[in-house]
Design a protein. Structure first.
Length: 570
């Protein structure tokens, strides 16, 4: 199944009708079903990392298919397998099924197995109860395999699964992650340990096999961590750590509390700064490993690009969105709002920082880019939604190419693209001519009000991307300050000897950006000092004794106000 410019990766679907592998040609103008298993008990399916193998469980057997010949190359009696993992070079396949016991078998059966695909031999079999941490992990060259058990990670070398070659002991370890690429021939391991009362959670970075005390090359600790997700960039040079607490102690958010941390392979770490409070909905690395995108904040949510110094490099503004996802080449970014939102997708040209299209797919529960970097699917799957199940295939320009609806009595459970090796498809050229133009929709007006000026009653005004902002985007307070600065500037030009208004009432609680981050920083610092002076004045009126340094601060008010007004007039 060699790929050409016309033939796209297979689309695999799993539902009550069984499993189907669909080949699309000529941008899905034509489709062909290459494999169909009608079993309604298909529990899971997965592709190998390079897409050359496909595996699924039909309720009776676990099967592995060679995608070049469509032949079954491995098969074993497994009725209840619900999770599958291939090793990076396709030598091994790991299987997991739910653990259970019966009165006749109180010990239960082994539910975790690793098989050698070529020989068919089971090289490891054991009981593993936790589904969230069962998956074994291999280094990219398959030299080392690790698996997490109680208070340790066991590492097996060169395919020998009889005895662990190395062990990483950490009390309370919850998970680990190999760097996706070796750094100078060295393997890096990030490990997460859950906190207990009085002690924080932490993520530590090690060079394999240096796991002794004091051998960690990086450490990041944090409180309020019920869940930790570790996300490496493609080059394996940096790690993002998304920390989630189930309960927001302030009571402001239903989603709990989230923070995002950064750590590189030198052990340097920092907190990723967000300028809007609220949940962190989505984080995604650009495949170039040089930047990442985050969607955060109370609705309408904000989306921002960050570099490897955790500095914001571009602000996409706000909108009804809760997902960000780069295509395989990193030159198109999708910002979308799924779930309880309306399913609007913004396709951004990453280099030009412009929206290419804005298609909409309501009730979407699953989204995935095609490996060619140009197409993607949106799907509505059960059990998330049990009605209107089906999928659509789109081009990034917003054109819908294919639509499939499941029969009313049926369900769609999963949709997957066939994965492909890097470099299988050329980088798509995003045409500047196809840049999306926003069409403003006017609100309905009754006949009696048509033609009249009606004040907007919108409950929400989205903030535009930073390269599209103008005076219309300013808040009422910011606009008021802008007019005040312009008036003061005009007064100063007409009467250079006039002294500026130095009363604290001349300062509004919100000011617009001056366009220079350094000036904005100085203004913010001055306003903070003036606010402290106002608090001291209140204390003085209440009869409290002020110290010398506080009195000196009071005496500096006039100079601070003058400096602030000069900065705001510039």
């Amino acid at each position: 199944m060699a790929n050409t410019t016309q033939v796209l990766p297979l689309l695999s679907t799993r539902g009550s009708y069984g499993i189907k592998l669909i080949q699309g040609t000529d941008a899905f103008k034509e489709t062909e079903t290459l494999h169909n298993d009608p079993s309604s008990k298909c529990r899971t399916m997965a592709y190998s990392e390079d897409g050359s193998l496909f595996s699924y469980c039909d309720g009776e057997n676990l099967k592995v298919m060679d995608m070049t010949t469509s032949e079954i190359v491995f098969q074993t009696p497994k009725q209840k397998t619900i999770s599958i993992v291939f090793s990076p070079k396709n030598k091994y396949i790991a299987l997991w099924e739910a653990y259970f016991t019966t009165p006749q078998n109180p010990q239960g059966n082994n539910n975790f197995d690793i098989y050698d695909i070529q020989s068919g031999e089971c090289v490891k079999s054991m009981v593993y109860r936790k589904q969230n941490t069962w998956k074994p992990q291999w280094t990219s060259d398959e030299a080392i395999c690790g698996r997490c058990v109680s208070n340790e990670v066991q590492f097996y070398e060169k395919g020998d699964f009889r005895n662990a070659a190395q062990k990483l002991y950490l009390q309370g370890i919850e998970g680990f992650s190999f760097s996706p690429a070796s750094q100078g021939g060295e393997y890096l391991v990030a490990a997460h340990v859950a906190g207990k009362k009085g002690s924080p959670s932490f993520v530590r970075l090690f060079k394999y096999p240096n796991f002794g005390d004091g051998k960690a090359i990086g450490n990041k600790s944090f409180f309020k961590a019920d869940k930790v997700d570790m996300m490496w960039n493609k080059k394996g040079s940096a790690l993002l750590i998304l920390v989630s607490a189930e309960v927001d102690t302030t009571g402001r958010s239903y989603y709990g509390e989230q923070t995002l941390h950064f750590m590189n392979t030198k052990g340097e770490s920092s907190l990723v700064p967000f300028d809007k409070k609220g949940p962190i909905y989505s984080v995604d690395w650009n495949p170039n490993s040089q930047q990442f995108c985050a969607v955060f904040g109370y609705m309408p949510a904000k989306a921002t690009l960050f570099n490897l110094k955790c500095e914001p490099t571009f602000d996409f503004g706000t909108g009804a969105r809760n997902m960000c996802k780069y295509n395989a080449h990193g030159n198109i970014l999708c910002l979308a709002g799924f779930g309880n939102l309306h399913g609007v997708m913004e396709m951004w040209n990453v280099d030009a920082k412009k929206v290419v299209s804005k298609p909409q797919a309501a009730d979407t529960t699953s989204f995935e880019w095609c490996p060619d970097g140009q197409h993607f699917f949106t799907a509505t799957c059960s059990p998330r939604l049990r009605v209107s199940n089906g999928y659509k295939i789109w081009h990034y320009s917003g054109q819908q190419l294919l639509k499939f609806d499941v029969e009313k009595s049926g369900e769609l459970w999963e949709v997957l693209w066939q994965s492909q090796p890097d470099g299988s498809f050329p980088v798509p050229r995003v045409s500047a001519a196809g840049v999306y133009k926003e069409v403003k929709k006017e609100a309905y007006r009754p006949p009696s009000a048509r033609g009249l000026d009606i004040k907007s009653t919108s409950l929400r005004v989205d903030e535009l991307p930073q390269n599209q902002r103008n005076n219309e985007q300013m808040s009422a307070a910011a606009m008021k300050n802008k007019k005040k600065r312009e008036a003061a500037k005009k007064t100063k030009q007409n009467n250079p000897d006039a002294s500026p208004d130095t009363s604290s009432n001349a300062i509004e609680p919100e000011v617009a950006s001056m366009g220079d981050p350094e000036v904005d920083k100085k203004i913010k610092a001055l306003r903070k000092k003036i606010k402290q002076i106002e608090d001291l004045k209140k204390k003085q009126k209440e009869g409290k004794q002020l110290e010398k340094n506080q009195l000196d601060k009071l005496n500096s008010e006039k100079e601070l106000l003058k400096e602030l007004n000069e900065l705001q007039i510039k």
